[in-house]
Design a protein. Structure first.
Length: 158
């Protein structure tokens, strides 16, 4: 079942790059008492994700945070090394680049994209959500074009 507006995020953990390598970041640590924008992409370094989706959040990070957002998280079913390199290549210093390497959190959300037919394995659907203290208050999932999950859509929802 897919997560819906009004639902609490499931427990889980993501990986982020720390000073000594990949570090676990639990969903509770990420969201407890905070307003978080979490957006997911099918894959780091892929064309739509690198040319449109992630750059929209990088360019609008200040505007998003000015609307009371504590943290902006970019998630992909990649490893922490790839997410760290992609964040550096995209000047995404204001964002948390989070890896869901085995798609466990993505599966718990019900937002899995099966891209095995394209040789890409299991990935995340393209989405964005606004989360207040662990509760989803906005969810935009895109099937094709980057619309409901775009930074502009998130800004409108804030």
């Amino acid at each position: 079942m897919t997560i819906q507006v009004g639902d609490k995020l499931p427990a889980g953990a993501l990986k982020v790059m720390g000073p000594k390598g990949p570090t676990e970041l639990t969903i509770e640590e990420l969201c407890a008492g905070k307003k978080v924008v979490l957006f997911a992409v099918p894959g780091a370094f892929t064309p739509g994700c690198s040319m449109t989706h992630l750059p929209g959040f990088v360019v609008n990070a200040d505007k998003i945070k000015a609307n009371g957002v504590d943290t902006i998280v970019c998630l992909a079913v990649n490893d922490a090394f790839v997410m760290d390199a992609w964040g550096k290549a995209q000047n995404a210093e204001e964002l948390v680049m989070a890896a869901d390497g085995s798609a466990e959190f993505t599966t718990a959300l019900g937002l899995v994209l099966d891209a095995t037919a394209f040789g890409m394995g299991i990935r995340s659907k393209r989405y964005a959500m606004i989360v207040n203290d662990g509760e989803v208050t906005y969810l935009g999932v895109d099937a094709q074009a980057i619309e409901a999950s775009a930074a502009d859509a998130v800004l409108e929802a804030l």
